[in-house]
Design a protein around this ligand. Structure first.
Ligand SMILES: Nc1ncnc2c1ncn2[C@@H]1O[C@H](COP(=O)(O)OP(=O)(O)OP(=O)(O)O)[C@@H](O)[C@H]1O
Ligand SMILES: [Mg+2]
Ligand SMILES: [Zn+2]
Length: 286
């Protein structure tokens, strides 16, 4: 696209205090930010997601989640914590995470990155050398260093020692460097779920679980599964859908897990954080 302000040079002449100077044209910044959005790996299905195109219906928890997501995006990078969007399928968790990511990349020129957690682990695994126990830094470094990382569907990967250590490396590095992360997950995080293999804690391991609570504001909500909304459905349809299929009701006590349903035994925690995951080059491991 041609720019009449700068003749496509990317620079404009300005007058300041009686003297002439040059500065970047707005079109240059727009192009740069469009490149950054393109590099954020947002899946095509979610590229149109914005905080303004989320249908709101009388759902207080959803409205609160969106208000907090909006505040996060407006205040970025001056934010204390990341976000943890938690709830059943189809309620817009990934939509909200992508919308925030896009906004901070566009308006702040932040380096943003989106990864589905399983996909990220699959890529890391494909570059992992079991003999030297190193993972390819080309993948890990941008994930650990992005100004804002979205890790979608946390806990979806079957837990294993390798998964836990790899995720621990990523989460802990970002935690130490105070880099915000937005997580989404279907796995419930209720205090009375000790021993339930379907709990968030069991899926991600207790070390990451405790970090998450320090790193993130938890936005837990229920709602209508948008994927079941008929074409041309409106906000009333969403409300009816939610009423017909109430899925997660925090007020209903869950049956307690019998004592014998224990977690799969885990390896004892070793004193060094990343005993098995090292990497080639890069400063993070030195
Ligand atoms: N309130 C909403 N308004 C508009 N679109 C919505 C809303 N909620 C969800 N969607 C759309 O519905 C689809 C499913 O939402 P999304 O993928 O964000 O759900 P999710 O909570 O991440 O589900 P899952 O747990 O299965 O990953 C997306 O295309 C999203 O843009
Ligand atoms: Mg999702
Ligand atoms: Zn221009």
């Amino acid at each position: 696209m041609s720019c009449s302000l700068c003749d496509n040079t990317g620079w404009v002449r300005i007058e300041r205090d009686g003297a002439f100077a040059v500065e970047r044209c707005a079109c240059w910044r727009d192009r740069l930010n469009a490149t950054l959005v393109a590099e954020a790996r947002i899946p095509p299905r979610y590229q149109k997601c914005d905080l303004d195109n989320i249908a709101l219906y009388p759902n207080e928890q959803l409205q609160r989640a969106i208000a907090i997501a909006r505040r996060f995006a407006d205040q970025f990078p001056v934010v204390e914590k990341g976000l943890f969007l938690n709830g059943p399928p189809g309620i817009g968790k990934t939509h909200i995470a992508v919308a925030v990511l896009k906004q901070v990349v566009r308006t702040r020129g932040a380096r943003g990155l989106f990864y589905d957690t399983r996909e990220l682990l699959r890529i890391i695994r494909s570059t992992f050398n079991p003999v030297t126990k190193t993972a390819e830094m080309d993948i890990l470094q941008p994930v650990m260093e992005a100004d804002l990382l979205v890790l979608d569907d946390l806990g979806s990967e079957k837990p294993s020692e390798w998964v836990e250590e790899t995720m621990n490396l990523i989460v802990n590095t970002r935690y130490n460097e105070r880099r915000p992360t937005i997580f989404t997950s279907n796995y419930e995080d209720l205090p009375d779920q000790e021993g339930d293999p379907q709990s968030l804690k069991a899926r991600v391991g207790f070390r990451i679980h405790s970090r998450l609570h320090e790193m993130c504001e938890f936005l837990e909500y229920d709602g209508a599964d948008y994927r079941h909304l008929p074409p041309n459905g409106n906000e009333n349809d969403l409300l009816n859908l939610w009423r017909m299929h109430p899925r997660r009701r925090p007020a209903q006590p869950k049956p307690r897990t019998p004592a014998k349903a224990q977690l799969t035994p885990r390896e004892p925690v070793r004193p060094r954080e990343y005993a098995d995951v090292r990497w080639r080059g890069g400063k993070a491991g030195s």
